[in-house]
Every structure is written in structure tokens, then in C-alpha cells.
Design a protein around this ligand. Structure first.
Ligand code: F0G
Length: 474
């Protein structure tokens, strides 16, 4: 029997990649203040910044786009979208939004008040920011294994159920308006949550009568991990597993830019009639009428098809296997990664990759800069640039718990030879890691600073050899 797992699709439309030289890239990176978020995409060879909104759509999705019904109210496309969502997610009320964070903003504006506490396995950055914006406290309660990059565990995204119990008792039930679980746990390494853990969290929520919401961005990948790793699920389809996952929740937020296989879109869903009414009122204020949210009818069509395609087993098998391929090929040469590989991304442990770079000099961001210089690969830091905080008493920066670099794989976009190129580039950088130096942050915004922060390489006289061969000497 043939063991190779191939991309289960043929390519019908292609997009040219502009090849750049190292000199070009030194110039682009310096211009961008060493922050690849600020580099033009056409100057990136392999773009692993995010798996969000970057999927290649199928011929069926493009065909559905042409069917888009752009009626303002009650369009045919809305009915298709709603039916598709309800079949998988099962919630009574579906509220379309332009992307996941719009769903988060509406949900938290309605449910969270100043001084409230919202537990999650690990809040994604927009989730945390939206909770903090309305005065709540976002608490991360992933199991201890989820904070240790090298530790193996089949469901490293699980929530620490005892810690959840204690958190609610300490805060007092009335200060906890909802509990969340992020599937898969993006900020913790794209790690799945088991069905047993969802059930256990549900039991705690029942005990305190607190609603449970799932951040469902990568629900299909999570469902497939359950099928592969959890006893009793091997013979169930990803759709059936997803349906069971959602049956334990009171609602969800969703970014269709991930497992919706669409380039834009999202939704908020709930079983609660009164809450849905309140959410729809807010939706009308900023997103649009409740049958389109911030979306065109054609977007609703693309999502309706994407949500079904993402549950195909051949697709999910290829998806998980190809992500693991990247992780396994760099890990076996010694590159420290979050183990086991997650669903949508490989996370390099930059603190272990560059142990000589102090946390205050952002080892993750330094590695991101090197990958761009080496091969035009754009990755993202998930460490102290993204989650570092300033101590209000001392003014000192408190580093985040991990210094990771995420290589997120867009869905159905790159082939195995692209990934082989990425493997080779990472191993080149790994060979000369001792020469890599840290960065100094020269600008930061008050919220979500990683998007716009600017950096300079640490100067030669401070840290030894200049880090990035001739680029932008300050
Ligand atoms: N929740 C999770 C777990 C996410 O990963 C994201 C987005 C969101 C919520 C917000 O959704 O972007 O549609 O507003 N994650 C992207 C990423 C941006 O690169 O991981 P959105």
C-alpha cells in the first residue's frame, strides 16, 4: 500500500511568487522596523504569518460565490449559511460578523462587566484584548503540560479543571459571566482539547450555573485530533465529533477565516434568546443587519461551502500530516519546537533556540527577522512582544510565559516542496544560531502592540557581533 500522503486537490489557478535577494530583504526588513507585519506581502516568498483568511478556495466555493444573493434582508445566501452553521454547530441563534473579533466584541460587550473574570484554556490575543477593553480580567488556565514546550501530551490544550474550580470560587460565581475553551489552543501551540476535557469543564460550569462558550476557529482540526487520539472516536466522522463538541456549549465565537476555509467572515452563536436579541441590537449598530453581519451574500456562500469541505477526512488527514511533516523534519535536527506539532502551525521555542538572547531583547522577534532575511519566510512572534506586560509598580517589562515563533500554514496553499524549502531555511539559521543577536523595541502602541511595534538590532558594542549582516546599523 502506498504510504505517501498527497495534497488531496489539483491546482487550477496559480499566483506568481516574486523571488527576492538577501540584499532586497535586508532593505525591506530595516524599512519595516524589523516587524514583518509591516512588510508588503509581495516581498515575502513563503508567507506563514497566519493561517487566517489565507486559505485557497475550492472550485465549489468560487462557484458558490457567483450564487451570492446580495439582498439586504433575508437573502438566500443567509439561509444557506445559517443552515450550514446550524447543522454542524447546532446553536439556535447564529449572528454573522465580519470576522472572529467582531463576534468577541459583541459577546463581551453584552456579557462582561468591569471587574469580571473570564477563564479560558488560553485566550487568543484579540479575545484577551476585547475582555480587557470592557474592564474584565482574562485568565489562562491551560494544564501545566500546555506551558512546557517539550512535554508530550495528546491534548495539551486541555483546561486545568481544578484550577478552573478554584478560580471561580476565588472570584465568586457572580464575577464569572462565562467560561471559554479555545479549540484548538492557538496561543498554546495549536494544541487540541479532548472531548473528556470539554465534558469536565461543562460539569464545572453546570455546578456554578455559568455558560460555556467555545472559541471555535479551528474546530475541525480539533475534531480530527479527537478522532485520532481519544478512545472511542476512531470510527466517528469529524462532523459527528464536532457536533458532540458543540453539544456541550451554550454558544461559540467563530472566525470563518480559519476552519471556514474563507478569506473573511465569522459568527457568534448562542442558545440564549434574550442574549441573542441584545447581541443583534449591537450587531445592527456596527456590523449590519442580522442576516448579513458585515458580510456580502457571496461571503456567506463561500463560508457555507467551506464549513462542509473542512470536515472531509482526506482534507483533515493531509492538513494534520503536512503540518507534522514540517515539525518533524526540523525537530529531528534538534530545533526545539512545541511538541507534539499542532494542527495549523509549528511553534519554534525561540528561548531554547537562542538561549544567549535575553528575554528583554525578544528572542522570538529576532528569530522571525532571521527567517525573513534567510529565505523570505514570514513568521510571527508569540512571546514577549505579543504578550509581555509592563509592571505598573516598577515600569519593568514582565516577559510572557513562553517565547515562541509560529509558522502558520495557510490551508491548501503551499505544496510539499514549499515546505521543504522552509525546512532547509530553518536548518540554515539553526546552524548559525550563535551569531544571532537580540532586538530593541523603539515604538509600541498601547493595545496589541505586536502589529505595529518597531525594533532596532542591538548594537554591536552592547552584545557582540552584529546580528543581521549589514542591515540597518543604528
Ligand atoms: N480566536 C482565535 C483562537 C484566533 O486564532 C483568532 C485569530 C481569533 C479568535 C480572532 O479571529 O482574526 O477573525 O478576528 N487568529 C489569527 C491568527 C489572527 O493569526 O492566529 P479574527
Amino acid at each position: 500500500m502506498i504510504k505517501s500522503i498527497i495534497e488531496p486537490f489539483k491546482i487550477k489557478v496559480v499566483e506568481q511568487i516574486k523571488m527576492t535577494s538577501r540584499d532586497d530583504r535586508e532593505h525591506f526588513l530595516a524599512e519595516a522596523g524589523y516587524n514583518p507585519f509591516l512588510i508588503d506581502a509581495e516581498n515575502v516568498i513563503i508567507d506563514l504569518l497566519t493561517d487566517s483568511g489565507t486559505a485557497a478556495m475550492s472550485a465549489d466555493q468560487w462557484a458558490a460565490l457567483a450564487q451570492g444573493d446580495e439582498a439586504y434582508a433575508g437573502s438566500r445566501s443567509w439561509n444557506r449559511f445559517k443552515a450550514s452553521v446550524q447543522d454542524i454547530f447546532g446553536f439556535k441563534h447564529v449572528i454573522p460578523t465580519h470576522q472572529g473579533r467582531a463576534a468577541e466584541r459583541i459577546l463581551f460587550t453584552c456579557m462582561v462587566k468591569k471587574g469580571n473574570v473570564v477563564p479560558n484554556n488560553t485566550h487568543f490575543d484579540t479575545t484577551r484584548a476585547n475582555i480587557e477593553y470592557v474592564g474584565g480580567e482574562a485568565v489562562d488556565l491551560v494544564i501545566p503540560e500546555g506551558r512546557q514546550p517539550a512535554t508530550l501530551h495528546p491534548f495539551k490544550g486541555n483546561m486545568d479543571v481544578d484550577a478552573l474550580h478554584q478560580c471561580i470560587e476565588r472570584a465568586g460565581r457572580n464575577r464569572v459571566p462565562l467560561v471559554m475553551l479555545t479549540l484548538t489552543n492557538n496561543s498554546g501551540g495549536g494544541q487540541p482539547v479532548s472531548m473528556a476535557n470539554i465534558r469536565a469543564v461543562r460539569r464545572v460550569c453546570d455546578e456554578f450555573k455559568i455558560p460555556l462558550y467555545l472559541d471555535a476557529c479551528r474546530f475541525a482540526e480539533n475534531a480530527y485530533f479527537i478522532k485520532l487520539r481519544e478512545e472511542g472516536y476512531a470510527d466517528r466522522t469529524p462532523r459527528e465529533i464536532a457536533q458532540e463538541m458543540f453539544s456541550y456549549a451554550d454558544g461559540c465565537t467563530m472566525s470563518a477565516k480559519k476552519d471556514g476555509l474563507a478569506n473573511i467572515g465569522g459568527f457568534l452563536a448562542t442558545q440564549n434568546d434574550a442574549l441573542a436579541q441584545q447581541e443583534k441590537n449591537l450587531l445592527i449598530l456596527t456590523e449590519g443587519f442580522p442576516t448579513y453581519g458585515g458580510l456580502a451574500g457571496r461571503d456567506l456562500e463561500a463560508i457555507a461551502v467551506g464549513l462542509n469541505e473542512v470536515l472531509h477526512e482526506d482534507y483533515l488527514n493531509y492538513r494534520i500530516v503536512s503540518t507534522h511533516y514540517l515539525g518533524d523534519h526540523i525537530a529531528r535536527e534538534g530545533v526545539p519546537i512545541v511538541q507534539p506539532p499542532g494542527g495549523h502551525a509549528i511553534y519554534i521555542d525561540a528561548a531554547a533556540f537562542l538561549p544567549h538572547v535575553p528575554r528583554s531583547q525578544y528572542p522570538g522577534q529576532s528569530l522571525v527577522a532571521e527567517l525573513y532575511l534567510e529565505a523570505g519566510i514570514r513568521a510571527v512572534e508569540i512571546g514577549s512582544v505579543m504578550f509581555g506586560k509592563t509592571d505598573p509598580k516598577t515600569g519593568e517589562e514582565i516577559p510572557s510565559s513562553m517565547e515562541l515563533v509560529r509558522l502558520a500554514i495557510p490551508r491548501r496553499v503551499y505544496t510539499q516542496s514549499h515546505i521543504d524549502y522552509v525546512v532547509e531555511a530553518i536548518l540554515e539559521v539553526w546552524q548559525r544560531r550563535q551569531d544571532i543577536r537580540g532586538l530593541k523595541m523603539t515604538y509600541q502602541a498601547p493595545f496589541l502592540r505586536h502589529f505595529t511595534a518597531r525594533f532596532e538590532p542591538m548594537h554591536e558594542s552592547l552584545t557582540g557581533a552584529f546580528p543581521v549582516r549589514g542591515a540597518c546599523t543604528p
